[in-house]
Design a protein around this ligand. Structure first.
Ligand code: NAP
Length: 274
């Protein structure tokens, strides 16, 4: 019997995910006897699947819409899971049981630093969206010492709920909308809405409604995204979500194995220089 360990991405949908390619390339590069698969599943099965994968020596990731169910299934949740109510990576530890973390927080901070050219400390950030990804983004901004974080979401009540769940920090505000007649100034704008996934989607932001240096679009595509391309045409620094994707994958790898992930191999999968 071989010692092959099974890792899985649990979500719905998962067919478009690059996570299997990223992790299987890393396993191959380091000759790890593991296999990473994407499993389409539903909330009630998430906890039992996590437990059986992890206790058998593997582990995995969780994506939309199961991150909250995953957080609820843990025996030990990290501080980032407790703050965001979302878990995206899990593994097993003897004497503890099922452990989980939210590596989207760390990954967002690394991607934001890359596009800003320095840390988030004392930066003004506009976050578009208030779903699971926005929770990791706002929590990361608060943790790294951003001076002001404005949230705009189609459903205002959801943005208010996000701010409340994070303890209503004094530097977090919910705005109704952006006004092109009096554009606000930001160091970074983050698109954490799902707008941009479909080619027919409108831009998530009127670029004339803000003055900003840099844009980070969490949506990703091999040739950038419409928002990234429009921002670059307007002479702004802009990146899509591939760096954040790889950074959450390398951080996940580090939770599973007591060794450095092969970052250059994983960056090569999405064709982005480290
Ligand atoms: P989610 O929880 O479903 O939230 C979706 C967000 O998009 C909500 O704020 C929603 O607003 C907004 N939205 C959806 N359709 C909209 C529309 N037509 N007009 C305006 N706003 C709209 O999803 P999520 O997990 O936060 O993910 C959001 C995006 O981030 C996805 O594209 C996902 O792929 C990406 N992501 C990328 C990474 C990465 O590593 N690069 C990691 C995580 C997520 P309402 O509240 O009004 O519905």
């Amino acid at each position: 019997m071989s010692g092959l360990n099974l890792y899985a991405l649990l979500g719905e949908p998962v067919h478009h995910s690059l996570s299997p390619a990223l992790h299987n390339a890393a396993f191959k590069a380091l000759q790890i006897d593991g296999l990473y698969v994407a499993l389409r599943t539903w909330d009630e099965l998430v906890g039992p699947l996590m437990r059986s994968l992890a206790v058998s020596g593997g582990g995995g990731n969780v994506t939309l819409p199961h991150k909250r169910a995953a957080a609820d299934a843990l025996d030990r949740a990290s501080e980032d899971v407790r703050a965001t109510g979302a878990c995206n990576v899990f593994w097993w530890e003897e004497c503890v049981g099922l452990c989980g973390d939210n590596t989207d927080v760390e990954a967002f901070c690394r991607a934001a630093e890359a596009v800003l050219g320095s840390s988030l400390e004392d930066r003004r950030v506009l976050v578009l969206g208030a779903g699971g990804a926005a929770r990791a983004v706002v929590h990361g901004c608060v943790r790294e010492g951003a001076s002001g974080i404005d949230i705009v979401n189609r459903t205002r009540a959801r943005a208010e709920g996000l701010a409340r769940d994070l303890g209503s920090p004094a530097n977090v505000s919910v705005l109704d909308e952006l006004d092109a007649r009096s554009p606000r100034t930001y160091d970074l704008v983050v698109n954490a809405t799902s707008l941009g996934l479909a080619p027919s989607d409108p831009l998530p932001l009127d670029l004339g409604a803000v003055k900003c240096e840099a844009i980070l679009d969490l949506v990703y595509g091999r040739e950038g995204t419409r928002l990234v391309n429009a921002a670059r045409d307007a002479a702004k620094r802009a990146e899509d979500g591939r760096r954040m994707l790889v950074e959450q994958a390398t951080a996940s790898f580090a939770r599973w194995f007591d060794r450095e992930p092969p970052r250059e191999v994983m960056y090569e999968v999405v064709r982005l220089s480290d």
